[in-house]
Design a binder for this molecule. Structure first.
Ligand SMILES: Cc1ncc(COP(=O)(O)O)c(C=O)c1O
Length: 394
């Protein structure tokens, strides 16, 4: 009965009480089961990173709290939140970092603060800022977004200059260009990269013209693993850099914004004004910091392992995995017409702890996302699972 109540308690989501469950962990068979995360065997090709369910998340927090005697934060100040901020500032080579409840807030506040009174912000037409933030820049922050590189991930200095010149020549009242914002990798373009040489050139141009630079690096480490450009080098071309805490770092939400102290110090008041100050951000920060430790090495390993895995899978009849040109962690899985996608997906998840989508994209392929969960099973196991799944799905 006692164990039942404790389990129910965890399920109810009372995270504040989680550390007090610690003494019961070893004896309680139900709680012991919780330590065997489903995700310990799971190879997940559907999300951008580790995706813990509520029980696993609670357990993970408990493990982390027990291992590192971390302090909590108050309104984002101190404790594990500060540790994460310091680590992110060091990784990006910036003076300071701050936790924010969402990447959308990090992006929008960067544009607002960096551009000051200047009205225009140049963005990729495919970017999250332009297409997926509810026109916040225009409707809340008084910025006019100017889209460039329509339908593409790549953005060149030439395209940018043309767009700037078009506006400078064609408009009598100069409202000023505040920021050039670049997203890498580009979510709407199958997580494609932007050439680092172009970024470098754009950054030089921006400096010469007194324009600030913002990087939407929601998945920056994933870009870095494929381009070979370090997170620090990417960041060096930008005034502010945002990195997500939940895309690939396992947290249930949250973002980090890095930049000069003078810029970051303006954020707490803005967060308060817009109702974004979180009283206790430690459950996000603790898990993100945990997965951040050693992430680069694990993901490099994952990329190499995936290359070998996809080569092996491509030798099976009826299946082909293709990488995206200039892409990163997203791959396209093509299946012969006689293979039922839903059946394959169901077979894999039920029998082998491998998750793929059972539904194709409009273009016909299934999107495979490479995550560090690929390390949870050997390539031989994964190939065997697909081989059996393909038979079962005919
Ligand atoms: C590239 C990119 N930028 C920003 C965001 C916004 O992040 P959040 O959901 O934390 O607001 C996302 C989320 O999907 C994204 O993909």
């Amino acid at each position: 009965m006692a164990s039942f109540n404790r389990r129910k308690f965890i399920q109810s989501g009372s995270l504040a009480a989680v550390p007090f469950l610690a003494p019961f962990q070893i004896k309680d068979p139900i709680q012991n089961k919780l330590t065997n995360y489903e995700s310990e065997r799971l190879v997940d090709f559907t999300f951008d990173g580790v995706f813990l369910n509520p029980e696993e998340y609670s357990q993970k927090l408990l493990d982390i709290c027990q291992k590192n005697k971390m302090g909590r934060d108050f309104y984002g100040n101190g404790g594990i939140v500060r540790k994460l901020e310091e680590k992110m500032a060091a990784i990006t080579g910036k003076e300071k970092a701050i936790f924010m409840p969402s990447g959308t807030m990090a992006n929008e506040f960067s544009l607002r603060v960096l551009s000051g009174h200047k009205a225009k912000v140049f963005v990729q037409e495919t970017s999250h800022i332009y297409r997926d933030e509810g026109d916040a820049a225009q409707s809340v922050h008084n910025k006019r977004l100017v889209p460039v590189a329509k339908g593409k991930a790549e953005l060149t200095l030439e395209e940018l200059k043309q767009a700037v010149s078009y506006h400078n020549k064609g408009e009598v009242f100069k409202s000023g260009i505040g920021v050039i914002s670049i997203e890498v990798p580009v979510r709407r373009c199958d997580a494609k990269l932007v050439d680092i040489k172009e970024i470098e050139k754009i950054s030089e141009y921006a400096k010469a013209n007194d324009i600030k630079m913002h990087l939407d690096g929601a998945r920056l480490h994933l870009a870095s693993a494929y381009s070979g450009v370090s997170v620090e080098e990417y960041s060096s071309y930008f005034d502010t850099v945002y990195i997500s805490l939940y895309k690939y770092l396992g947290a249930t939400g949250g973002a980090i914004l890095c930049g000069d102290q003078e810029v970051i110090d303006q954020m707490p008041r803005l967060m308060k004004i817009f109702g974004g100050t979180v009283f206790g951000a430690w459950p996000y920060a603790a898990v993100a910091l945990h997965y951040l430790e050693g992430f680069e090495e694990r993901f490099q390993k994952s990329v190499k392992k995936a290359e070998d895995l996809f080569t092996q899978l491509n030798q099976l009849p009826g299946i082909e995995v293709k990488s995206v040109p200039n892409g990163t962690y997203i791959h396209h899985l093509h299946l012969d017409k006689n293979i039922n996608k839903r059946k394959l997906s169901n077979f894999l998840s039920k029998n082998t702890s491998i998750k793929i989508y059972g539904v194709a994209e409009p273009q016909g392929h299934i999107t495979l996302r490479l995550t560090e969960t690929i390390l949870n099973q050997s390539n031989d196991e994964i190939v065997k699972a697909f081989s059996q799944g393909l038979q079962a799905a005919k």
